[in-house]
Design a protein around this ligand. Structure first.
Ligand code: GCO
Length: 254
């Protein structure tokens, strides 16, 4: 059998894994043999999703913590390492959005978005690297965004954080490549997730997304899974520091 995309034996933590893009990535990884550990803050929601994967014959566990709680995040990763003997992969997917005109955008709101969408990825990656290094390697994927390279009004914190996460991806890729740890990013376009419901319900905004996307539609969370499998698999064994766009071509259309 071709093992290019076989993830059997690989234990992968996915933050923000109970819904949307995170769950879609986790499901695809599990469908290719990985043991996925779903992270989020809501234990009941996490357990329901993990049970759904287990019912489908897949390997799934949960690790409930707020990614802004460094001690909890570190403890959860150490537990995974202890239980399974190795943490193979981390997907830093958890993120929040805050939309507001700049003059109404508080510093507190800005700091919360940056903490959740960027700083948490820094410390979780550091702890993952600490655990992965003795095993000769591992994989880290950061969920960035089409926004960051490009911008739109009212989401300055999200754009700054996601562009910073692209840069963190490159910084870590060059530092830990020698240890066999590959650090990449996936940049979704406009995907039909819970976070984007207000945008999908706004006809003018949704029509704008469709008009700016060559595929003329919003993306589906399930369309993010293949990229995660690729970057976690042998198929991605020499991909490091890369940002994989999954946006229907929106980022290249004028
Ligand atoms: C927004 C959206 C975007 C998308 C995605 C686009 O308010 O514009 O939430 O941030 O979620 O990141 O690439």
């Amino acid at each position: 059998m071709n093992t290019l995309f076989d993830l059997a034996g690989r234990v992968i933590l996915v933050t923000g894994g109970s819904r949307g893009i995170g769950f879609a990535m986790a499901e695809a990884l599990a469908q290719h043999g990985a043991t996925v550990v779903l992270n989020g803050r809501d234990v009941a929601a996490l357990e329901a999703k993990a049970e759904a994967l287990r019912t489908a014959g897949l390997k799934a566990e949960i690790a409930a913590f707020d990614v802004n709680d460094e001690a909890a995040g570190r403890a959860a990763m150490e537990r995974i390492n202890q239980t399974h003997g190795r943490l193979y992969g981390l997907i830093n997917n958890a993120g929040i959005q805050h939309r507001s005109p700049i003059l109404e955008f508080t510093t507190k709101d800005f700091e919360h978005v940056v903490s959740t969408n960027l700083t948490s990825c820094f410390y979780l990656s550091r702890e993952a690297i600490r655990l992965m290094t003795p095993h000769g390697g591992g994989r880290i994927i950061n969920t960035v965004s089409m926004l960051g390279v490009q911008a739109r009004p009212t989401v300055p914190a999200y754009i700054a954080a996601k562009e910073g996460l692209r840069a963190l991806t490159r910084a870590l890729a060059v530092e830990v490549g020698p240890q066999g740890i590959l650090v990449n990013a996936i940049a979704p376009g406009y995907i039909a997730t819970e976070m984007n419901v207000p945008l999908m319900e706004n006809k003018d905004f949704s029509d704008w997304v469709v008009s700016k996307t060559p595929m003329q539609r919003w993306g589906k969370p399930s369309e993010l899974g293949g990229g995660a499998v690729y970057l976690m698999s042998e198929a991605g064994a020499f991909v490091n520091g890369h940002v994989l766009s999954i946006d229907g071509g929106m980022s290249v259309q004028v």
